[in-house]
Write a protein that binds this ligand. Structure first.
Ligand code: GLU
Length: 431
């Protein structure tokens, strides 16, 4: 362990500007594929940026004003698509970056959606269920016709879940008029299965992360059974990834979240840890592991590291410290570009976010299709389709990276940009 901990938590506002990071990544890929300057210009800013300040009554009778965002980056390939984040540090530039990544994620996965993202700047942990419901419903109302099943389709993200999506759906349904009520369920995905969600959607992002790890291991001749991994963030993505990887015989040796980090070289039981998190809200104080610092966490030896928390968690110091073979980005934008350079120089392979965590939006697409057709697909059908699509993307990115001698992030963005550029070329710019 290092003597003086250099690797400490910083506020999002103290990290790099996320939109600048997104632009730098896009420019690098655009250069590599010789993207037309017209398309590069169009993609350099979102189409629409909506900010709404809306009042909500709190349980104690007081009124509080909330700031909500919805950024619609691009819809050349289909309706805007992307999650809603409830976080106290949500900001316009953050949401803009996340929205642009959705455009590239959907293009890479070859699903007919564009990219969007939204959120509300507040800490959902400080509110009751009834306050969360009123905040969600009022935000949905404030967005009005800016969302719609064929226009812009939200989904869960950090700080939101299936219940949030059901409140959103119900609010939207009740304002479109009786006749259309049941025809608009697909205004949002990631709903509970009982209210129109898809089987397999909840675990889809984690499942997709694991498909990437399986493919990588196959390529490397690396055995997952008996290997070790660490996970940062134990929300939807982190917990499902840990659970599914454990089933394959991999051992979770370190994990952390907003309240603390823990490790156990003998392995941490992902199921028991999840029960603990459901009871206490955090991995901290879990009895089956010892508490460590953030600095220690990034020095833990593990074959695979899955960042599944917030953006820009891996800076240069973290990248120098990591002792792993593979980083699989379950989170969006967890790695600073300079830090990625360090990882690649050190021979650590990086599977980038728009590929690694695309399982969520892929199954969102299946949910959207099921709602449109009034169907309910079996779990196996959803799982098979997801597996095939993740493997296809993996092969495409790998081939692109090999043929053009570029890293996997450039390959992922490059593939996505080429697909978008082709459509702009065919359709031209109106009028
Ligand atoms: N929030 C998830 C993401 O970042 C899912 C988006 C969706 O399903 O639309 O990919």
């Amino acid at each position: 362990m290092s003597a003086a901990p250099k690797i400490v938590e910083t506020k999002l506002a103290e990290r790099a500007n996320l939109y600048e990071v997104a632009l730098r990544q896009t420019h690098k890929a655009a250069k590599a594929i010789n993207l037309s300057p017209e398309v590069a210009t169009i993609l350099s800013q979102p189409k629409n940026e909506i900010i709404t300040n809306f009042p909500v009554k709190m349980d104690d009778g007081s009124t509080r004003l909330f700031k909500g965002y919805r950024v619609q980056h691009n819809n050349i390939l289909g309706p805007y698509k992307g999650g809603l984040r409830y976080h106290e540090e949500a900001s316009l530039d953050e949401v803009k970056a996340l929205a642009s990544w959705m455009t590239y994620k959907c293009a890479l996965a070859e699903i007919p959606f564009g990219g969007a993202k939204g959120g509300i700047k507040f800490n959902p942990r400080l509110h009751s269920q009834s306050e969360l419901q009123r905040i969600t419903r009022r935000f949905t109302h404030a967005l009005g016709a800016n969302i719609g099943p064929e226009w812009d389709i939200p989904a869960p993200d950090v700080g939101t879940n299936a219940q949030t999506m059901v409140w959103l759906m119900d609010t939207y349904m009740n304002v479109v008029g009786m006749n259309d009520k049941n025809a608009v369920k697909h205004v949002v995905t990631g709903k509970t299965v009982t209210s129109g969600g898809s089987l397999g959607r909840e675990s889809a992002t984690g499942q997709g992360v694991v498909h990437c790890i399986i493919e990588w291991a196959r390529d490397q001749g690396f055995r997952l059974d008996g290997c070790t991994f660490s996970v940062q963030g134990f929300g939807n993505v982190g917990s499902h990834t840990a659970r599914i990887l454990s089933k394959l015989g991999a051992s979770l040796v370190a994990v952390g979240d907003y309240r603390g980090y823990i490790s156990n070289p003998e392995g941490i039981n992902a199921h028991k840890l999840l029960e603990h998190v459901q009871k206490t809200g955090s991995v901290a104080e879990y009895r089956g592991a010892k508490s460590i610092t953030r600095d220690d966490f990034f020095h833990v030896e593990a074959d695979v590291f899955v960042p599944a928390a917030l953006e820009l968690e891996i800076g240069v110091e973290e990248a120098k410290a990591l002792r792993c073979k593979l980083v699989v980005e379950g989170a969006n934008g967890p790695t600073l570009p300079e830090a990625e350079d360090v990882l690649l120089e050190r021979g650590i392979h990086v599977i980038p976010d728009i590929m690694a965590n695309s399982g969520g939006v892929v199954v969102s697409y299946y949910e959207w299709l099921q709602n449109k057709r009034s169907e309910q697909w079996e779990a196996e059908e959803v799982e098979d389709r997801l597996e095939r699509r993740m493997k296809r993307t993996y092969e495409q990115v790998k081939t692109f990276a090999e043929n053009r001698s570029v890293d996997w992030r450039v390959a992922s963005y490059g593939l996505a940009l080429e697909r978008i550029a082709r459509v702009y070329e065919e359709r031209g710019i109106f009028p």
